[in-house]
Design a protein around this ligand. Structure first.
Ligand code: 3H9
Length: 702
């Protein structure tokens, strides 16, 4: 059995301490320990009250989610342990020492009283895992705080710190100092005052007051539709709280909760979201760079280039309290870049996301320069100039001359060879890729790219720095496009082909939006700017017949000065500076004319085919990326796609989604499309074929 509950007696008080490191989830041993401890205390006439607390940094982190989907475990269920607690004739006091989440808070709600350390967060985050509080939380919380507040609390899934939880009515007392001593003192006071117990299940006043008030639930449904579009759990939560309010019978409400919880547990969204929870933690683990690998100190940073990316990266450092110097080629560019940073901060302040003091503090941490000599004290220098190998090599050659020994030299390249960049220096071990995603101050993903000679402590430092900058860092091998952009190439190429074969850009975008991506490929093209590729091709004097067919439509749009969102016209029309584009019949004419020029016959393409043709080559490429060791595990790819490309969270990422579709089905479709359309996109990855032959999934590789 996993985990335990220690039992000791202090002055007629039974002290039960949950011990299941590191965060005390309710594993089998904890459930058994709770059941056993409470029955022991009840059977001992010398015990007046029970204090329940957690060892280490958490009270209880919730149900043990690693047990979900596994074989049933031995010992009492959580329900049985909670019934025993709620049936106790002796008062039980939860002394919440740290995190009380999910089932952990529900345990506390089965206690008669709750006291908490000021720094303890309490919350019901189940919704984030596609679940609902299934241990009575949906029935007890409305009885404690009313339906409206309970719904807000459960639907947001966000924690409240103990003082805020007290204001809400969830916690009875916030205790400074030793929480166990405080809890015991509180218990003695209860005993001295007549040992009154207080069972939330019997408190009806708040739910009675809400009965018949349908507005509360209408509002909750509106909010869920707006903020959690496509999510299954929120409606289940609302139905449970409705039952708590309207049924007027605690046990009947518990039955509704049990039924809704079961529906969530068997829903694919739950599996996907729990996969994401573990994946986020897994990506930090690098087999040959163990957790105890020493890290270099990063007290001062520098960024080369103060354009959109460089400015965003500098903001990340300032936000994390790390002083940063930004270097530009000349004072005009520098002033412009610093001006953009200030404007971005001002917008955040205006939206109430930052105080003006915080803006001043961040701006105070950013220094501009045009002189490489000023970078000598930086512990990490990130180059963020445009994608050109010679320019980058020049910069790294210069950095080699000015950076202090041991400084980490990073490139923000999104696709170029890190080893080639490193060759420009005499210290390739200190060179690494740190690929931020635009807008760099907002997007969570950081691809850390390991060169052939990158030192392990440099990798450990870059991964740790990602965490400090509040990013989620994923390690990638050094190959063109790394993980994300390499796979994306297949997706965008397919989208380009599909519109020449019969679909419209608007059909493709609508299918991809319907799948849950915030942007379809053509909306994305418009955002990035169609002119980037067009200008590059002009500069390189690419002959018209050599322009890839998938770029022909975009190039024609550019010839008509339709560059995308930046000038209000691209694949879409953006009226009056709106960021939401409207379809334009002229674009469809251009697409049709291009098909005709290329001799491609247009036929109707179903939405189902559009979806498969966009994502299956991306997944196939993902299998190649895994095979080549560019990504460590399938879950690393899932994290990249969720945090860098807007892949919908409820799918669990492309590789997890592929497993759910069935790899055999995907392989069969890839072969079928290959026969119809040909091209390298449809050459099945050997790993995909191997997994299908062995009846395995990507998740079997973890
Ligand atoms: C629930 O309670 C359902 C009930 O309503 C109904 C039941 C019938 N289980 O995040 P960290 C592991 S649903 C198993 O790095 P931190 C985690 O994987 C649950 N394992 O630390 C990691 O393992 P490893 C509702 C768990 O200090 C290690 O602990 N509860 C669980 O940054 C350290 O985690 C939640 O949703 C768990 N519940 O953050 C809370 N939690 O070292 C989920 C953590 O091998 N947990 N682990 O990689 C969290 O939000 C954060 O982990 C927490 C600690 C804030 C607790």
């Amino acid at each position: 059995m996993k985990g335990t509950v220690h039992y000791e007696v202090r002055d007629n008080i039974a002290l039960m301490t949950i011990d299941n490191p590191p965060v005390n989830p309710l594993s089998s041993g904890v459930r058994a320990g709770l059941h056993e401890g409470v029955s022991k205390a009840l059977a001992d006439s010398a015990i007046d009250a029970i204090v329940l607390t957690g060892a280490g940094r958490a009270f209880i982190a919730g149900a043990d989610i690693s047990e979900f989907g596994a074989a049933a475990t031995a010992g009492p269920s959580l329900g049985e342990a909670l019934d025993m607690m709620e049936g106790s004739s002796k008062p039980i006091i939860a002394a919440i020492n740290g995190t009380a989440f999910g089932g952990g808070l529900e345990v506390a709600l089965c206690c008669d009283y709750r006291v908490a350390a000021p720094s303890a967060p309490v919350g019901l985050p189940e919704v984030k895992l596609g679940l609902l509080p299934g241990a009575g939380g949906t029935q007890r919380l409305p009885r404690l705080v009313g339906a409206e507040k309970a719904l807000q609390f459960i639907l947001s899934g966000d924690p409240a710190m103990a003082p805020q939880a007290k204001a809400l009515g969830i916690v009875d007392e916030v205790i400074d100092g030793d929480i166990v001593e405080g809890g015991i003192a509180y218990a003695k006071e209860i005993v001295a005052n007549g040992s009154t117990t207080r069972k939330i299940r019997n408190e009806e006043a708040k739910v009675e007051a809400d009965r018949g008030n349908g507005q509360i639930f209408d509002d909750a449904r509106k909010m869920a539709a707006k903020r959690m579009r496509g999510r299954f759990a929120p409606e289940m939560i609302i139905q449970c709280v409705e039952a708590a309010v309207n049924l007027g019978d605690f046990d009947a409400g518990m039955k509704v909760e049990a039924d809704c919880f079961r529906q969530c547990m068997t829903h694919p969204q739950r599996e996907a979201l729990i996969h994401m929870f573990f994946a986020e933690r897994e990506v930090a683990k690098i087999p040959d760079v163990p957790k105890d690998t020493p890290k270099r100190d990063v007290k001062q940073a520098a960024v080369i280039g103060c354009g959109t990316m460089g400015g965003g990266i500098a903001m990340n450092f300032a936000n994390a309290g790390i002083p940063v110097t930004v270097l530009e080629m000349n004072s005009e560019a520098l002033e412009r870049g610093l001006g953009v940073i200030k404007r971005n901060y001002d917008i955040q302040a205006k939206r109430g996301r930052m105080s003006t003091d915080a803006v001043d503090k961040c701006m105070g941490l950013i220094t501009g320069t045009t002189n490489y000599g000023d970078l000598g004290n930086a512990d990490v220098i990130i180059e963020a100039v445009y994608e050109n190998m010679e320019v980058k090599q020049d910069i790294f050659r210069t950095l080699d001359g000015v950076a202090k020994p041991g400084a980490i030299l990073a490139s923000n390249t999104s696709a170029l060879d890190i080893d080639k960049i490193a060759e420009a220096t005499k210290r390739p071990g200190d060179v690494i890729g740190m690929h931020f995603f635009s807008p760099a101050n907002i997007m969570r993903l950081l691809e850390v790219v390991r060169g052939e000679k990158t030192e392990k402590d440099v990798i450990a430092t870059a991964m740790g720095l990602g965490k400090k900058l509040r990013k989620i860092a994923v390690l990638s091998g050094n190959a063109p496009g790394f993980i994300g952009n390499r796979m994306l190439g297949q997706y965008t190429r397919q989208a380009g082909e599909i519109i020449l074969q019969g679909a419209t850009p608007y059909q493709v975008d609508s299918v991809i939006n319907g799948f849950g991506m915030p942007m379809g490929p053509f909306q994305m093209n418009d955002l990035v700017g169609l002119d980037l590729g067009w200008r590059a091709r002009k500069l390189a004097k690419v002959a018209p017949e050599d322009v890839p067919i998938t770029a022909r439509v975009a190039d024609k749009l550019c010839e008509l000065e339709r560059f995308g969102q930046k000038n209000g016209r691209g694949f879409y029309i953006y009226a009056d500076g709106s960021r939401v584009g409207q379809p334009d019949p002229e674009v469809i004419e251009i697409v049709e004319a291009t098909s005709a020029e290329l001799g491609i016959e247009r036929t109707e393409i179903s939405d189902e085919e559009v979806l498969k043709r966009c994502f299956y080559p991306l997944i196939n490429e993902g299998a190649k990326v895994l095979e080549e060791g560019i990504a460590l595990r399938p879950c690393d790819i899932d994290i990249v796609y969720l945090n860098g490309y807007g892949f919908p969270e409820v799918t669990g990422g492309p590789m997890f989604w592929a497993d759910q579709q069935g790899l055999d089905n995907i392989l069969a479709d890839i072969k079928r499309f290959g026969e119809t359309y040909g091209g390298s996109a449809w050459e099945p990855a050997p790993l995909l074929e191997k997994l299908v032959a062995e009846g395995k999934k990507f998740s079997d590789l973890q």
